[in-house]
Design a protein around this ligand. Sequence first.
Ligand code: GTP
Ligand code: MG
Length: 420
Amino acid sequence: MRLFQKVWIVITCILALLLQTTSFFKEKLNSVIYERELYTNYLSIIKDTKQFHYDPELKFRAKPATNSYSQKLLLDANRDVITPGKENATIVMLVRNWELDQALQSMRSLEDRFNKKYRYPWTFLNDVPFDEEFIEATTLMASGTTEYGLIPSEDWDRPSWINETEFEQSIKEMTENKVLYGDSKSYRNMCRFNSGFFFKQKLLQKYEWYFRVEPSVEYYCDFNYDPFEVMRLNKKKYGFIISIHEYEETIPTLYDTVMDFIEENPQYLHPNNSMDFITDMDSLSNMHIRLDLSNDYNLCHYWSNFEIGNMDFFRSEPYQKFFEYLDKKGGFYYERWGDAPVHTLGVTLLMDKSEIHYFEDIGYFHAPFGNCPSSNALRLTKRCVCDADAESTIDIEEHSCLPRWWKVGGKTFLKDKGVF
Ligand SMILES: Nc1nc2c(ncn2[C@@H]2O[C@H](COP(=O)(O)OP(=O)(O)OP(=O)(O)O)[C@@H](O)[C@H]2O)c(=O)[nH]1
Ligand SMILES: [Mg+2]
């Protein structure tokens, strides 16, 4: 190759390189200019907004007939700030290994909506040992620490005083009658465990407060506060979201057994109990279902798949005696007593009515029902993703006992106590 050819190739290469570098810098410059423009635009929008005195508090200010939970908006100015929760509390999930995906789904939802800012510890309970896969995935999903407890057989399995023939007969009859979970032996263990043993587990001894979570549930809204702290500050001991009617065929003798207990132990009946909530039979505007009931119990119960509560109540003498009495009657096995009506009857009769709290503002779904805050202001400020008018939103549907709770417990919210 001649010299001038070589020089020509070198010059061409340099020119190509220069051209490429220039267009690279030009692109860079353009994008900087574009970003600058966006920023200037953004500033001018903010400035305009200020000129119009935009004030979300004014826009959403409480209306005379509001049922909003709080006078102040629960806007979260420090959405990403972590201030670890200071309450003596844990989030509890009773769960099976094969429910890992569903457990992770619930965890992700609760972490995003609440716990990632507080990092409360999670406690997982199981009647068989958790496997490695479950432990690894849930540990990584949790923002707080995690602990895994194996439930002792005496807290889970059918006790020795249960008559096997009578038990098998009940299973057979309930299966024939297509009673929900009537054919399941393990479901009965689970209900008995949740009624009288979860708060006795070794891992839970160090805690006062618990937040019960089930697999496959969803939390529709940001919490924007620590519910454990709110419960403590307001002297609450039991918090619920959904209240519905129980299937009567699962608890034919539960109410009468509870009444026998109260008759024999009148000292345990709280003077300010909420008996009216479970015996009120008035027809309310939302009640179109006919309840052919065999006793005074209207079947209303707090749906226990969501609970935020104080375990000291369940550990107290009145509840302990109450549970032991029920347990000895065997209805967890001869019938199919659920932990929801058992907790409800205990809370209703043994707890001060003022210590029960309805969490109106926590959006929640456990198939097939949910709660979506009815206040538009709440839904917006708490970034809810739910439809307050959906069929699954149970609060004023006919199956819901909430209007009865409002009637008995009063339709008052924390704002009335000046907490927020
Ligand atoms: N470890 C363990 N957990 C159980 C068992 N049965 C149920 N659970 C858990 O107990 C809770 C309640 O059980 P679910 O099956 O959700 O009962 P449910 O809420 O009445 O009914 P669905 O949610 O409609 O199925 C859930 O957290 C389950 O994961 C069991 O045999 N072993
Ligand atoms: Mg469930």
